[in-house]
Design a protein around this ligand. Structure first.
Ligand code: BTN
Length: 257
């Protein structure tokens, strides 16, 4: 089968408008490395020895996965930037869908899934007030379940899904373009457009939410995210609960039997 003509083969990374890109064979974590870099810089590594996931989890980062961190400016008022993790999720989802995977979906806040299997995860770090590091881990042709058998059935990679695996550089170009677009949307205050896109991308809406700091749990129906980035969940008593992102430790989807 011939390659998707829409995917450039090995574009020159220097050609990505406005971005400076550094590539490494091995780092601890691209997010940690990017902490010291200026906005509009991106770091890609072939292997991460101490890749970091959300909520302090380890992120297996062997060869053949895409481990990319992009530094974006977050000037001024904090409010729109609190939506950056959600916006980054939409950016990555839109790239994955455009590769020919229209059924790719989001799990709050920003996991990218195919069915019930995770294809990509995002970790946003704010090491300083004026910038954020958006770390993207995309399973391309890697198989983390070979290293950690507990992940069997939980993960999937592009090579399992597409007739031709897109080259890394083409993916980097697309991801940075999409991130630039979503950053612009936040910068210009188009929060309602972002919420509309996001709220069409949650699939399994019956959820169990564990609240942070031992504040209990909310079981119910995921209605939407609001323009402040809070989760709106209708609980079993029919009350709409407004759950600001920092109050949520974990969201589990409840699948229909
Ligand atoms: C998650 O789903 O838990 C988030 C995973 C984020 C992994 C990426 S890989 C590139 C960047 N560097 C890291 O150490 N983590 C992120």
């Amino acid at each position: 089968m011939s390659p998707d003509p829409a995917i450039p083969q090995e574009p020159d990374l220097r050609a990505i408008d406005g971005w400076t890109i550094h590539e490494f064979a091995e780092v601890t974590s691209t997010n940690s490395l990017a902490a010291h870099l200026p906005p509009w810089t991106a770091v890609r590594a072939v292997v991460q020895t101490a890749g970091r996931g959300r909520t302090g989890r380890h992120w297996l980062s062997d060869e053949e996965g895409l481990w990319l961190s992009a530094v974006v400016p977050t000037p001024g008022d904090i409010a729109p930037w609190s939506l950056l993790p959600l916006a980054a999720g939409w950016a990555v989802l839109s790239v994955v869908r455009a590769l020919g995977l229209p059924d790719a979906r989001l799990r709050w806040p920003n996991d990218i899934l195919i069915g019930r299997r995770k294809l990509a995860g995002i970790l946003v770090d704010r090491f300083s007030a004026g910038a954020a590091v958006v770390g993207i881990g995309l399973n391309v042709a890697n198989h983390p379940e070979k290293t950690d058998p507990e992940l069997a059935g939980e993960v999937i990679c592009l090579a399992d899904l597409l007739p031709v695996t897109p080259p890394f550089r083409a993916l980097i170009v697309r991801l940075l373009d999409a991130l630039t677009r979503e950053h612009h949307r936040l910068e210009t205050g188009d929060v309602s457009g972002l919420c509309r896109d996001l709220n069409g991308a949650w699939r399994y809406r019956q959820v169990q939410v564990t609240l942070a700091g031992g504040r209990g749990a909310v079981n119910g129906y995921l209605d939407s995210v609001d323009p402040a980035g809070a989760l709106l969940v209708r609980d079993a008593a029919g009350e709409m609960r407004v759950l600001p992102a920092p109050h949520v430790e974990l969201l589990r989807e409840v699948f229909p039997i």
